[in-house]
Design a protein around this ligand. Sequence first.
Ligand SMILES: Cc1cc2nc3c(=O)[nH]c(=O)nc-3n(C[C@H](O)[C@H](O)[C@H](O)COP(=O)(O)OP(=O)(O)OC[C@H]3O[C@@H](n4cnc5c(N)ncnc54)[C@H](O)[C@@H]3O)c2cc1C
Length: 227
Amino acid sequence: MKILIVYAHPEPCSFNGAMKDLAVEVLTGDGHEVAVSDLYAMRFNPAGGPGDFLEREDANLFRYQREQIHAHAAGLFVPELEREMNKLAAADLVIFQTPIWWFSLPAILKGWVDRVLAMGFSYTEAARYKTGLLGGKRAMLSITTGGLAAAYAPEGAHGRLDAVLSPIHRIFQFLGMEVLPPFVAYGAARVQPEQRAAYLAEYRERLLTLEAVPPAARQADTVAPKS
Ligand SMILES: Cc1cc2nc3c(=O)[nH]c(=O)nc-3n(C[C@H](O)[C@H](O)[C@H](O)COP(=O)(O)OP(=O)(O)OC[C@H]3O[C@@H](n4cnc5c(N)ncnc54)[C@H](O)[C@@H]3O)c2cc1C
């Protein structure tokens, strides 16, 4: 399998860094072809806008999706985006290795989503959900949280983790991707070292059995809407 790991943590010695390194080691050792987008190391620009394009279709009025469609057709994305799109196009599976920040993605990763998953390239007006242009690919979140598992239980302080991850999973579903269940290291900085070691051992196991992991149940409301 060709696997792309999109990694979003500013510190190489972080637990996220350890999970990314483990994934590269285990997946490569298991015979997969692994590419990594280390967003902080790349100094990936998270701000989508006119700077995404070598040339504009309309130099007077900026309409982001319209420019994305034009750039995709004419090959006018800046090299930073062209490279990421090529890596994504080649991948069978994309693993997003990231901490949860503010019940969502860190800005640098959200910026990758905004800029790389461009209209024309990953979806069109007509091609979304089941017909999304990234159909045939799979996506998996591998995340760490600050909150312990109890805080993400139904009656916990933060509510169910499913609800936090649902808008992120919807992005992948919108593009036609199959969503694998997330791998979660709860309270990564707060648990005992033994628990962190257990997380890494569990993650190794998950990585070695990726092809057998059934997709997460599709949410009932992810059928393509009429408009
Ligand atoms: C802006 C911001 C917003 C946030 N919002 C939320 C939120 O909404 N919800 C929430 O739950 N949390 C939130 N957090 C907390 C955040 O999710 C956690 O701090 C993060 O997930 C912890 O992961 P880390 O990789 O940064 O851990 P680190 O702090 O880098 O690492 C944790 C521990 O792992 C150790 N470690 C590193 N490598 C290894 C290894 N190979 N083996 C064993 N141990 C190792 C480190 O030494 C450290 O002790 C937020 C944090 C920030 C900065």
